[in-house]
Design a protein around this ligand. Structure first.
Ligand code: MG
Length: 343
């Protein structure tokens, strides 16, 4: 696939909520963190929705059903949220499996309720044992109570040549007490034991993006996320625009060092960014200008002059870093410039 390399964040004269018909929103680090809504999320989503934008919530977590996720969002004050507004990697992997096995086939599930519900929705039959003659094995996040013996069932079936699928391969999952092993870590257990390779559905891979487009009917979607290697790369792979928000796991330094597939179309502090236009970054002889800031690439670091809104400074720095890096990763030190912006 050939695509031009992004060298700066784009501008938009229109509010993003007007320029795009559907927001494909990541959840953790975008809408909520832990159990609570992120600042400005509830109000911004309400305003975008009232303006006519369709909101869909796209999660790699296969444990919870769309009903459960929708109920959580409703409880946070995001109303009205229904199960149809939620797309999970369990749904994406269930569709992928259904295209490769006979109608009604048995599927060995190593995971939770979200996966079972998604399989049944595709007319497949979840089973629990390798002895149930499954046509496929599927692995999704099973929560902290998943027994070790479940991995053995997967290995027995895979060793017999049964095709293996994974909802997603996120290595970690955030919990209230720290970073816990995610489905990707569980997939590694089975991979090490079998030497096999699963087919994976979740972000950043195409089956997940296809599922969101099929379910939302989006014609001009905007992916909104906090992670470069899932949300933004998924948008890149789907060839759609993306907005990175800085309320989750990505910091300024990671953004400046992003390789092409991790460079978002737009960057903003939080979900209020959906409601406004985005400033242009102008390239000139003296460097890259955005708002009151000018960024340049020095010999070993990025330089920033001027003043104004911190986000404009970051946008100018992105242009300097990404232009210098081209198809690679910017190695210049942006620490001092970012510190000046308080980022
Ligand atoms: Mg996230």
């Amino acid at each position: 696939m050939s695509r031009s390399v992004r060298t700066k964040p784009e501008g938009s004269g229109q509010a993003l909520s007007e320029a795009y018909d559907t927001a494909l929103l990541d959840l953790d680090g975008v809408v909520y963190a832990g159990g609570s809504a992120i600042a400005h999320a509830v109000d911004s989503l309400a305003e975008a929705r009232e303006g006519g934008m369709r909101l869909a919530y796209v999660t790699n977590n296969a444990l919870r059903t769309p009903d459960t996720v929708a109920a959580h969002l409703t409880e946070l004050g995001i109303r009205p949220t229904g199960a149809d507004d939620v797309i999970t990697s369990a749904q994406a992997v269930a569709r992928l499996i259904s295209e490769q096995v006979p109608q009604g086939a048995r599927v060995l599930v190593i995971g939770g309720e979200g996966l079972r519900v998604a399989l049944r929705e595709r007319g497949l039959t979840p089973v629990e044992s390798a002895d149930d003659d499954p046509a496929a094995v599927v692995q999704g996040y099973g929560g902290p109570e998943l027994p070790w013996g479940r991995f053995a069932e997967a290995c027995y079936a895979i060793a017999r040549g049964v095709p293996w699928f994974a909802s997603n391969t996120d290595l970690t999952i955030p919990s209230g007490r720290g970073i816990a092993p995610g489905n990707g870590a569980a997939v590694e257990v089975v991979r090490i034991a079998t030497g096999a390779e699963p087919q994976v559905a979740g972000k950043p891979l195409p089956p997940m993006h296809r599922e969101t487009i099929l379910r939302t009917g989006a014609e001009r979607p905007l992916v909104v996320g906090d992670r470069l290697d899932t949300d933004i790369e998924g948008a890149f792979n789907g060839d759609v625009d993306s907005l990175l928000v800085l309320t989750g796991v990505t910091d300024g330094a990671q953004l400046l060092a992003a390789p092409p597939q991790h460079r978002p179309t737009y960057v903003d502090a939080d979900l209020r960014g959906m409601l406004r236009g985005q400033p242009e970054v102008a390239a000139g002889d003296g460097g890259f200008r955005c708002g009151g800031w000018t960024a340049t690439a020095g010999t070993d670091r990025l330089e920033l002059d001027g003043d104004g809104e911190a986000l404009d400074g970051l946008r100018a720095l992105c242009a300097a870093a990404w232009t210098t890096a081209g198809e690679g990763r910017c190695e210049l030190d942006g620490g001092k410039a970012l510190a000046r912006l308080g980022l």
